[in-house]
Design a protein around this ligand. Structure first.
Ligand SMILES: NC(=O)c1ccc[n+]([C@@H]2O[C@H](COP(=O)([O-])OP(=O)(O)OC[C@H]3O[C@@H](n4cnc5c(N)ncnc54)[C@H](OP(=O)(O)O)[C@@H]3O)[C@@H](O)[C@H]2O)c1
Length: 322
């Protein structure tokens, strides 16, 4: 099979060995796989995949068709179309997926877009609903709102009946961000107060943004692209009885990820089926063009996800013929 391979801090698409599944795993023919910030970090030599996931094939999320199943797999069959979060190895023609956090493709989700669902929506759901304890009617601010997790977060908060403000550095995206659920799009934080702030960039600005929490507000950090250090006035937290929390997804135990997957199946899939939630895709690339896709991700300026597609499935309409 061929896969995106990280070598000497670069990516290329080349021949490699077919992965071997254990009895509780599935081998999936990948339709598509999203690119995430973690892949970029891995390419630069950081954020290694947890073992025993592939160390040189990036990719944390995929959609695909189940090709083989291990003897202990119960809920999936060969031929099922699924989407899944994986510890690594998604950006390949064949990848290993685990049933505990695989989801049969819901009606209404394009199979190519589905390859950009799991890491992104699991992260946004965990941050907003589980860590941020979002309630219908809450005022929510999403900082760094135009990326993959941000556009997922906007839609989730909107579907839960919250009032959503998107903080973006690119005002050109205002119309699209409004269409997917943002009540307000801003480029400067201003004085408004929020019940939940989801910070996808962090950095020094975090210190000031804490002031924008309401009493009993929740501040959730999941991205540190603007820096991982900030000075904090603890009195602000005390005065507001605020919660400052953060999370990573990749390093969690199987059981912890399974809990998120179960909640997503119960609470989020219905929004996809109702057309309230979709994966926002900026651009798709064939696997052979992975180098360009990574380069575009690095250069920024996108709205939503960049997704790598297996050429065999480049026309999603072919899905039913395979
Ligand atoms: N904790 C976890 O488990 C977890 C899981 C997934 C992702 N993450 C992290 O969460 C962050 C977001 O993920 P993602 O997939 O959404 O990445 P992404 O698609 O690159 O989105 C990040 C967005 O933030 C924007 N941005 C950067 N600096 C900004 C600023 N100063 N003001 C406003 N917007 C700014 C970027 O704009 P440009 O494109 O124009 O630069 C980009 O649209 C990343 O750092 C990622 O590594 C964490």
């Amino acid at each position: 099979m061929r896969a995106v391979i990280i070598e000497n801090n670069e990516v290329s698409f080349k021949e490699t060995e077919v992965p071997v599944i254990k009895e509780n795993q599935m081998l999936v023919e990948v339709i598509s796989a999203g690119i995430n910030g973690a892949d970029l970090l891995q390419k630069k030599g950081g954020y290694p995949a947890p073992k025993p996931w592939p160390q040189h094939i990036p990719g944390l999320e995929l959609s695909g068709k189940v090709k083989y199943i291990g003897s202990a797999v119960e809920d999936f069959q060969v031929g099922d179309f699924i989407m899944s979060i994986v510890g690594g190895g998604a950006q390949a023609e064949l990848a290993v997926a685990e049933p505990e956090y695989s989801i049969k493709l819901p009606a209404g989700l394009n199979p190519i877009k589905a390859g950009g669902f799991c890491e992104t929506f699991f992260t946004a759901f965990d941050a907003l609903i589980i860590r941020g304890k979002l309630n219908p009617g809450d005022e929510v601010l999403i900082v760094g709102a135009q990326g993959g997790v941000g556009t997922a977060g906007i839609q989730i908060a909107h579907a839960y009946g919250c009032r959503v403000t998107a903080l973006t550095k690119n005002f050109d995206f205002k119309t699209r961000l409004t269409e997917i659920g943002a009540n307000q799009v801003i480029t400067d934080i201003g004085e408004n107060k929020y019940d939940v702030i989801l910070d996808l960039i962090s950095g020094k600005g975090l210190s000031d943004r804490i002031s924008n929490l309401k009493t009993e507000g929740r501040y959730v950090v999941i991205g540190v692209g603007a820096g991982f250090k900030a000075e904090l006035n603890l009195l602000k937290l005390m005065e507001k009885r605020a919660v400052l929390t953060g999370a990573t997804l990749r390093s969690r135990t199987k059981f912890e990820k399974q809990l998120v997957a179960e909640q997503i199946k119960r609470s989020l899939l219905k929004f996809i089926e109702e057309g309230k939630i979709d994966v926002i895709v900026h651009k798709t690339y064939s696997f052979t063009n992975a180098y360009q896709a990574y380069s575009d991700f690095e250069n920024g300026g996108k709205l939503g996800k960049l997704i790598l597609v297996n050429e065999k499935y480049s026309d999603a309409g072919r899905l039913n013929d395979n």
